[in-house]
Design a protein around this ligand. Structure first.
Ligand code: JFZ
Length: 441
């Protein structure tokens, strides 16, 4: 590890000295993912369902993770928050167990959000949970250890946008007068501070699933030194996937394309790109209620059936679903989240084989539903269809047999050059998905 570090340091030094970045840098424009990275991408796609967690000192105010910005707070006021952030009910074991009970295969947690406050033990500054809070402990370390014990992958969300560090300068779209000096060293911010913290996250927490970047949209035209940052990550942990939430087409060195509050290719949220790569795994993130960080007034909880449908539609669009919860400042996950997640988990214990390990199926997704596929098996997920017969476009392969997933009842399929027609059982009350399993010849 140390050798790799020195090695990397040398390369970077050479680059700086010669200044011809593309020819000799550890650049990612010629990025050839390591074999273990490609394997990690496959596993990521197989996993399909992850838990997104937004948790920080902002949780205390119960007004979302953007509260510093939205209320135009002064830093000297916001800086009081860590002094009474003491999540004595935080239980890494319970969090991981809940994710597992929900059928989730990975967790992506905010290591720091836009307030720049590190929820981990960072030596790069004292703006972190161990140095500034009465809690004094590193919850990410506990979570990482527990995730490894319980066999679930842990990813770190990391905000490149920083409302606290003066070196995040010049400021971007979210600049406001919060008491920062009007000068700062951008290169130091990226190369020393951010990459220093990333090195900590990739060194001190065992094998991690990857880094989920957010905030580049704040300064779309800035030089984020991506090649250097991405190379650092891939060098420290080749299996760690880089998942950037920049709402643009993937850039060299990135391993997953992610979509915020939308399925791939859709832009109902107003900030996503409709471009969808066919080269990388896809991930769609969304909220269980309407918020990322804890919002005390947000009761718009999605039902278990709505979450199941979101997951099925994601899978049919060849994508993962990363579903967010915002834990309470005391470290508890509120019952409204937990009960729904457990219902989804029970549902997955029956329907999971039509989701995990699959890829988007041979028939284009539609309002009626989606298909997923694993080898010679196609799962037809009927989500919104009232009539007793469903007619789908033609398949290029012959169907050998068909059955209802839930009870094995045989289904008669009529196949012609015009399409595939078969009866679907009437939906039961509260049922999100009816799955017909087609076995191809
Ligand atoms: C970003 C974060 O700002 C948010 O707090 C949360 O972490 C989410 C997962 O990711 O959300 C954004 C980012 C950019 C825009 C909107 C939401 N934008 O550019 O309009």
């Amino acid at each position: 590890m140390i050798r790799a570090r020195i090695c990397f340091g040398k390369v970077v030094l050479t680059v700086a000295a010669v200044g011809i970045f593309s020819s000799i840098s550890p650049a990612q424009d010629t990025y050839k993912p390591a074999p273990e990275n490609l394997k990690a991408r496959q596993e990521f796609q197989d996993d399909k369902f992850g838990m997104f967690i937004h948790w920080g000192v902002y949780s205390i105010l119960g007004d979302g993770e953007w509260v510093l910005h939205n209320r135009k707070l002064q830093l000297h006021d916001y800086e009081r928050l860590p002094g009474f952030f003491d999540p004595e009910k935080f239980d890494a074991k319970a969090w991981v167990a809940l994710a597992k009970a929900a059928g989730m295969k990975y967790i992506t947690i905010t290591s720091r959000h836009h307030d720049g406050f590190a929820m981990f033990d960072s030596k790069l500054s004292d703006w972190n949970i161990v140095a500034r809070t009465p809690y004094k402990k590193d919850p990410l370390k506990m979570l990482a250890d527990e995730a490894h014990r319980q066999g679930i992958k842990l990813f770190f969300y990391y905000s490149q946008l920083d409302w606290h560090n003066p070196d995040y300068y010049p400021r971007g779209r979210t600049a406001w007068d919060n008491g920062r000096p009007d000068k700062g060293d951008w290169n130091a911010y990226i190369d020393t501070y951010m990459n220093g913290q990333l090195r900590e996250l990739l060194t001190n927490y065992g094998p991690i699933g990857g880094i989920w970047f957010d905030g580049m949209w704040d300064k779309p035209d800035a030089d984020w030194h991506l090649a250097k940052t991405y190379a650092l990550i891939h060098q420290l942990q080749p299996t760690a996937l880089i998942i950037p939430n920049h709402h643009q087409a993937p850039k060299p060195g990135e391993d997953v394309q992610t979509f915020e509050r939308d399925l791939p290719g859709r832009n109902t949220a107003g900030f996503n790109t409709t471009f969808v790569t066919d080269q990388l795994p896809l991930e769609s993130c969304n909220t269980l209620n309407g918020s990322w960080g804890f919002d005390i007034g947000d009761d718009k909880y999605k039902s278990a059936e709505e979450i199941e449908e979101m997951l099925v539609r994601a899978a049919g669009n060849n994508s993962n679903l990363l579903l967010n919860i915002g834990p309470l400042p005391n470290g508890e996950i509120q019952e409204e989240f937990a009960t729904r997640l457990r219902v989804v988990g029970e549902w997955l214990s029956k329907y999971g084989l039509s989701i995990y390990g699959t890829r988007g199926g041979p028939i284009a997704p539609g309002d009626w539903g989606v298909t997923t596929q694993k080898g010679d098996t196609v799962y037809v997920h009927v989500l919104n269809w009232k009539a007793p017969l469903l007619a789908l476009p033609p398949l290029t392969r012959q169907v050998a047999s068909a059955q209802e997933l839930i009870n094995g009842t045989k289904v008669q399929v009529a196949q012609s050059e015009h399409g595939v027609v078969f009866p679907v059982p009437a939906p039961e009350k509260g049922q999100s998905d009816r799955v017909i399993v087609l076995t191809l010849k």
